[in-house]
Write a protein that binds this ligand. Structure first.
Ligand SMILES: [Zn+2]
Length: 250
């Protein structure tokens, strides 16, 4: 009997011992599983976090130049007189200008003449027929602006770019071909307004020279720096006087 009791006790102890071992193994297995889960998930979470940050920073960087440059535009046109030419084959053929991809700056090559005189010269070509010539706008030495051709029709000013550009002729006081300050100010105001109207950048503002190699506008072909300064002045003017695209126009 005692012997059996002893046996039973030993047997009981052995079972408890086995039970404890099983529990320990179970705990170890659970710990190992947690460890593996951590080893896998921490780098995955880190990658997700880093790529999220990179994505956000990239988005911000792409937004910046748009904010700084594209959004502003000149909403109001400068004052100008509309004195359209009569329809005629030499200066106003009435051909449609469906899209405007550039603005071409010219000089009249005729010192001392006014905007009105140049406009009348273009209109007189219907009788004289001496050449094919015209311009959408002419800017005089006092800064006055005369429109000769509507912006949805072509003018005869810029050779192969007649079909996708607006032309601006500038009057000059002397042979240097330099514009007066008044002409220059009106040119900046007119050009920037047209840039906004047709969604053009300063690269789309060109000289007649850039189309054909002709020395027009003379002063700004001979003085490249002055031409580049003009482009800078366009940007400064838009920055100072432009409104954001999403702003309501009053
Ligand atoms: Zn020209």
């Amino acid at each position: 009997m005692r012997y059996e009791e002893e046996e039973n006790l030993r047997e009981e102890e052995r079972r408890r011992y086995e039970e404890r071992r099983r529990q320990r193994r179970k705990r170890l297995r659970r710990r190992r599983r947690i460890k593996i889960a951590l080893i896998i998930s921490v780098p995955v979470l880190a990658v997700i976090l880093v790529s999220g940050i990179v994505h956000w920073v990239r988005g911000r960087m792409e937004e910046e130049p748009v904010m700084a440059y594209d959004v502003k535009y000149i909403a109001e046109a400068p004052d100008y007189q509309v004195e359209l030419l009569d329809y005629n084959e030499y200066s106003r053929p009435g051909t449609a200008l469906p899209t405007v991809k550039g603005i071409v700056v010219h000089y009249t090559a005729n010192p001392g003449t006014t905007a009105e005189q140049n406009r009348n010269y273009f209109n007189g070509l219907k009788e004289s027929g001496e050449t094919y010539a015209s311009s959408h706008f002419v800017i005089g030495m006092q800064g006055e602006i005369v429109q000769c051709i509507p912006c949805n029709e072509i003018a005869y000013a810029s050779n192969e770019r007649n079909e996708d550009t607006i032309s601006i002729e500038c009057c000059i006081p002397d042979e240097t071909g330099k514009f007066t300050d008044e002409t220059y100010q009106s040119l900046v105001a007119l050009t920037t307004w047209l840039m906004g109207r047709y969604e053009l950048g300063t690269d789309d503002v060109i000289r007649h020279y850039d189309v054909t190699g002709k020395a027009c506008p003379k002063y700004y072909v001979e003085h490249e720096q002055e031409w580049l300064a003009f482009k800078e002045d366009l940007l400064s003017y838009i920055d100072a006087n432009g409104i954001a695209k999403n702003e309501e126009i009053q």
